[in-house]
Design a protein around this ligand. Structure first.
Ligand code: UT7
Length: 330
């Protein structure tokens, strides 16, 4: 009898740019203050990718290189790459294609996946299915966003939140049941009104008018998104535990999308998890959209142990949201 194949995470890589944008810097740019930002969001600073000619793929490349070095593989061994992003280098070709070229991943096919802040979870679930099929042995799943390229630094409602970064994991087949166990993914396009970027797509192609109207910037109605996010992320995480006959006691870590510390706390409370089991780096990186979850895994990698249950959870533009249960493989 053939053994069931699961998709195990076998290495993690990450990259954050060197340049920091602190709350005190923002105080000089818009009417805000450090205390408001920290108490309302938990953020103190974010990283910004600066430099002519640098784009999202330039953060993907070092993250994937690190992952390959840790696993002792050459990029040419990668079978497929999925990049969750809302800030691709360009509309096409995909950031995955461009990054594979820069990496020398010449045997990989790949594509970008657009699910905003849930981009990494959607990509992880998709990548896991490729591995579980038995056809692919090394699938790289990336969450990467250069949010500074679509943030209006005159809009205090959005510019205080977002930052740039990239995180990546390698998925490989496991026959001892490690890796991705279960995912619940949801979407509701009626939420598009509250969080979107209107310009640059087929609805509103770039024109002098779309530029003048600031349509190429991320637009967010924060309070409305906040309400849906608290309920969406907490509900789906609790449902995932229930469906797998687990309680908060069985979970070693919650790895939440880092959008707002208050949303994260509400999710942990709903799962019955103490806050010291929650990965939190929002204070240093802000909201890096698709990159938040893999960047947490990257930072906490050394503290994770084989066999531990961890729950990844996200909510974002679309609306898209979901939760994934992972058994750590090393
Ligand atoms: O990652 C994708 C999904 N996104 C999210 O999950 C984000 C969800 N939303 C949020 O995290 C929060 O809504 C924000 C952090 C964006 C905003 O926090 P809030 O507590 O919802 O603030 P608010 O928009 O209700 O504004 C409260 C007050 C307002 O003033 P008044 O009307 O009470 O006088 C705002 O004008 O705070 C004011 N305000 C600010 N004050 C200082 C709004 N932005 C700022 C600011 N600095 N940057």
């Amino acid at each position: 009898m053939s053994q069931k194949i699961t998709a195990a995470i076998t290495a993690v890589g990450g990259y954050v740019p060197e340049d920091r944008l602190t709350n005190f810097d923002l105080e000089k740019m818009v009417e805000t203050n450090d205390e408001w930002i920290r108490t309302r969001t938990g953020i103190s600073e974010r990283r910004i990718l600066k430099g002519e000619g640098l784009a999202t793929s330039d953060m993907v490349v070092p993250a994937v290189r690190e992952l390959c070095a840790k696993r002792g593989i050459d990029p040419s061994e990668i079978d497929a790459m999925i990049v969750g992003t809302v800030t691709p280098d360009m509309m096409f070709p995909s950031t995955a294609n461009l990054a594979c070229h820069k990496l020398g991943a010449k045997n990989a096919w790949g594509f970008d996946l657009l699910a905003a802040c849930s981009g990494f979870l959607y990509s992880l679930t998709t990548g896991a299915a490729l591995v579980e099929s038995g056809r692919y042995k090394k699938v790289v799943v990336v969450g990467a966003d250069k949010m500074s390229s679509i943030v209006n630094y005159n809009d205090r409602a959005t510019c205080i939140i977002f930052g740039d970064g990239a995180g990546a994991v390698l998925l490989e087949p496991s026959t001892d049941g490690m890796g991705i166990q279960d995912s619940i993914l949801r979407s509701d396009g009626s939420g598009g009104n509250y969080l979107h970027m209107k310009g640059g797509g087929s609805l509103r192609p770039a024109s002098a008018e779309t530029v003048a109207n600031n349509e190429h910037y991320a637009y967010q109605e924060g309070q409305a998104v906040f309400k849906f996010a608290v309920k969406g992320m907490a509900d789906v995480s609790a449902e995932l535990l229930e469906r797998n006959n687990l309680t908060g006691n069985d979970i070693s870590w919650l790895v939440p999308h880092q959008a707002n510390k208050r949303i994260i706390d509400a999710t942990a409370d709903r799962m019955g998890l103490s806050h010291d089991k929650v990965m939190l780096n929002i204070q240093r990186y802000g909201n890096t959209t698709a990159a938040t979850i893999p960047l947490c895994l990257w930072e906490w990698e050394k503290q994770l142990n084989k066999g531990e249950n961890i729950v990844l959870a996200a909510f974002g533009g679309g609306f898209t949201w979901g939760a994934t249960l992972v058994k750590w493989a090393y």
